[in-house]
Each structure stands twice: as structure tokens, then as C-alpha cells.
Design a protein around this ligand. Structure first.
Ligand SMILES: *[C@@H]1O[C@H](CO)[C@@H](O)[C@H](O)[C@H]1NC(C)=O
Length: 414
């Protein structure tokens, strides 16, 4: 516990909130998101990451679909044991710049979780080839404040035994030139292998609701909560692209970024997520569901589009030669197959189309001996019926995450 000793020596006792700072109101700011150059799309890994994040565990020794819920983290598992509120990130595809205590990092902006954390001088990290990470050094920050450990800590624990654990710090965090002076964030000392290997990302900025923030003894506010008083409007908009410039903008809805009208759907934040109603699903002209309403989570930190098993199996019935592959842990299809467009209605009745070509996520080899690679679908079954609309879905749209309501707005990007 060498790092603990250093940390305790470093500890300045944190004197409640210091003098209030004057905050300029009515701002907005934009941040670019860029694709990591070393990122390689891999369907099974992306799916596993999403399952882990939502507290589920794929059991590789038993057939597909027999994954179990993680009940070990009982304090944050809801009554039904359905969704763990603890979250993990690994293998982030895209990152954006964030300044903490004057030091700059590339972090993953995640609307599907609520804790900010950063790799730091205390993190026990192996030396890896191609590691481009920058670690936060609290001793180099004049504005860092620590909180006493172990009465304060942060922890994300998962069903497969992986975890992320460490101290809690407070510092000035700036995104797009706008600063929050007392942002609480996690300083992991120990991270599991998924995080160790994710060498292009220095940490994560959680942008979901504070009820699922994983700082102990109590949930703390997200950067989005803290910056709200400085914003013109309490909104975050996303314009995500596969390649080229992607943008997050806080504080205003830039009407020049989309065409037509913005369809607004109300958000149910009771589970801490940006969760909204979806109705009908269609593959091309074929109805996949009876139109009954279900819920989906808008998550910039998940790569794939995850829907209920009925919808997903009905979709792949429309794809010649597709199958649910145990070795790929998901639906695969011959790379020459035609993928129909996926139509989904959001909220009351706002239609959105995900072009079939976007649902061709990656190629994979099913077994080491089989020569022909197959293609892995970007539409896959969500863990335990949970529908998570990640990047593959969000990329087709200009999206407004609006704290008023709260609500989500969707429109076609310009
Ligand atoms: C899917 O993508 C692979 C490359 O990743 C390509 O070879 C294949 O033709 C594509 N298939 C379809 C149906 O778009």
C-alpha cells in the first residue's frame, strides 16, 4: 500500500466548500471527439464490454444466453436484480480532451454512467507497448484537494470479478474551456485488465444522472450537473460520426446542425440513465414487433445497438445465412449478405432509420481453423432484455440530452 502512504501524506484536509466563485452564466461550448488511431472494431469484445457495463456476465462455459446477473454488488443492484448500477468502461473507441488541475487527458464521454475517474500516479498500471496514456499527478496540481480514505472511496465492481477502485479527489475540471472548480472524481489505485489494456483512454466522464454516481459515502454530482449553472441552457448535444469530426456541445442547441424538426421524447431517469420509450421496430418493410412500448437507454459509451432478444432474432430472420454464434457470442452473417434498414419509432411516434450498412459492425473468424471470415452484426441482444442504443444508433442523429424534463431530442444531422 505504498501509494496509500503517499496519498495520506499528500492529504490536505478538505475544508468544506471554500469561498463561492463567481460563475459566468449563459455559456455554451463545444468539444471534439476523435477516433483513436489504434482502435480495431471487434464485435465480440464490444458486446462483452456492454454486458459488463450493465452488470451482466457472459458465462463462457455454458451455452450462449445463459449469462447471469451480477448479484454480488448487492448495495447497487435493484430489487429485481436486473440492472446493476455499477458501470465499467474498457476499450473506448472515441475520446475527447479534458483538463484536470491544469493537466490534459483524453477521456471517454459516457452518457451511460455517472462517475468521472482518471488514471493517475497511484494507479497500478503495467508497462504496455503503445501505451499513450497520460496519468494525472495530484502533486502537480495547485488546486487538488483529497478526501480522507477510507471514509471516502470510489468503486465499480462487476459480476466477473473485475473492478476499479481507489481514492476520491476534487479539482478544477475544464472541458471546452469552461471550468468547474470542485469536481469530485475517482483516482483508481487498482484497475482490472480491461482498463489496463485500454491504452488510448485516460479515463471517463460520466454524463448520466447523479443517482448512479459511484463515489462513497454518497453520490456526487457529475460534470454536467456542476456546469449547469454556467450554461445558457441545461443541454448537451451530440453529433457523432464514424470518421471525421464528432462533437459534443454543452449549453445550447445549435439549430444549424440538423434538418427538419427536433422530435422530443421524455426521459425516465429513475434508474439513473437517459432512458426513453421506443415503440415499433421494422427490418425494411417487415414488422419486428407488435408495437408494444419498451424502453431504451441512450449511451455514448456503448458501441453497439442492443435490443431485446425478440427484436434481434426477428431482424436476423431477414438476413440470409445469419446465425447466433456461440464462438462470436452474438449474431453473425455472411459478409455478402444484404442487411435491411432498421426502423425504430421513438417516444410517441418519431421514426428513425439506421441504414443496414451501419449494422455491419466487424469481421471475425469463427474458429481458428475456419478460413472464411464472417461479419458480426452491430445489432445484438441486450443483457437481460435491456435495450441500449449506443453509438451505432446515436451516429445516425443529432441528439439533445436535455435536463429539463428531462428529455431527449432527435433530428437528422445536416
Ligand atoms: C461488411 O463489412 C466488411 C468489411 O468489414 C465487408 O467486407 C462486407 O462486404 C460488408 N458486408 C455488407 C453486407 O455490407
Amino acid at each position: 500500500m505504498h501509494s496509500l502512504v503517499i496519498f495520506l501524506l499528500l492529504c490536505l484536509s478538505y475544508n468544506a466548500l471554500s469561498a463561492p466563485t463567481s460563475k459566468k452564466k449563459g455559456r455554451s461550448f463545444r468539444i471534439e471527439r476523435f477516433r483513436r488511431s489504434d482502435y480495431v472494431a471487434h464485435g465480440p469484445t464490444a458486446l462483452q464490454k456492454a454486458y459488463r457495463k450493465y452488470g451482466m456476465l457472459i458465462d463462457f462455459d455454458t451455452p450462449y444466453q445463459s449469462y447471469q446477473t451480477s448479484s454480488m454488488w448487492e448495495t447497487e443492484t435493484d430489487e429485481s436484480g436486473e440492472v446493476s448500477a455499477t458501470l465499467v468502461q474498457g476499450g473506448s473507441e472515441y475520446v475527447s480532451p479534458v483538463v484536470i488541475g491544469g493537466q490534459t487527458f483524453n477521456m471517454d464521454f459516457d452518457t451511460g454512467s455517472s462517475t468521472m475517474w482518471v488514471m493517475n500516479a497511484f494507479t497500478d498500471l503495467p508497462t504496455l507497448d503503445g501505451d499513450s496514456r497520460t496519468v494525472y499527478d495530484p502533486t502537480q496540481s495547485k488546486t487538488f484537494k483529497s478526501l480522507p480514505f477510507p471514509s471516502n472511496y470510489f468503486e465499480d465492481a462487476y459480476g466477473d470479478g473485475s473492478y476499479n477502485f481507489g481514492y476520491v479527489g476534487i479539482d478544477t475540471v475544464s472541458i471546452g474551456g469552461v471550468s468547474v472548480t470542485d469536481q469530485y472524481f475517482g483516482l483508481p489505485t487498482e484497475v482490472s485488465s480491461e482498463f489496463e489494456e485500454d491504452t488510448g483512454s485516460d479515463g471517463l466522464v460520466g454524463l448520466a444522472f447523479d443517482s448512479i454516481n459511484s463515489i462513497v459515502p454518497g453520490p456526487q454530482k457529475t460534470f454536467f450537473d456542476n456546469v449547469e449553472s454556467q450554461l445558457e441552457q441545461p443541454v448537451l448535444t451530440t453529433l457523432l460520426r464514424e470518421d471525421g469530426v464528432s462533437e459534443y456541445e454543452f449549453g445550447k442547441i445549435d439549430h444549424s446542425k440538423y434538418t427538419g424538426t427536433l422530435a422530443t421524447v421524455s426521459v425516465d431517469s429513475s434508474r439513473g440513465y437517459w432512458e426513453f420509450d421506443v415503440g415499433n421496430f421494422k427490418a425494411g418493410d417487415v414488422e419486428l414487433s407488435n408495437g408494444a412500448t419498451s424502453k431504451a437507454i441512450a449511451d455514448t459509451g456503448t458501441t453497439l445497438l442492443l435490443a431485446s432478444s425478440d427484436i434481434v432474432s426477428a431482424y436476423y430472420q431477414q438476413v440470409r445465412g445469419s446465425s447466433l454464434s456461440q464462438s462470436a457470442n452474438g449474431y453473425v452473417f455472411p459478409c455478402t449478405a444484404d442487411l435491411p434498414d432498421l426502423h425504430v419509432t421513438l417516444g410517441d411516434n418519431s421514426p428513425v432509420t439506421v441504414p443496414g450498412a451501419m449494422l455491419n459492425f466487424s469481421t471475425t473468424s469463427l474458429t481458428p481453423t475456419a478460413g472464411e471470415p464472417v461479419c458480426v452484426g452491430g445489432l445484438q441482444e441486450g443483457p437481460d432484455g435491456l435495450q441500449v442504443f449506443g453509438d451505432l444508433f446515436l451516429r445516425t442523429l443529432f441528439v439533445v440530452f436535455d435536463k429539463r424534463g428531462p428529455s431527449l431530442g432527435f433530428a437528422s444531422p445536416k
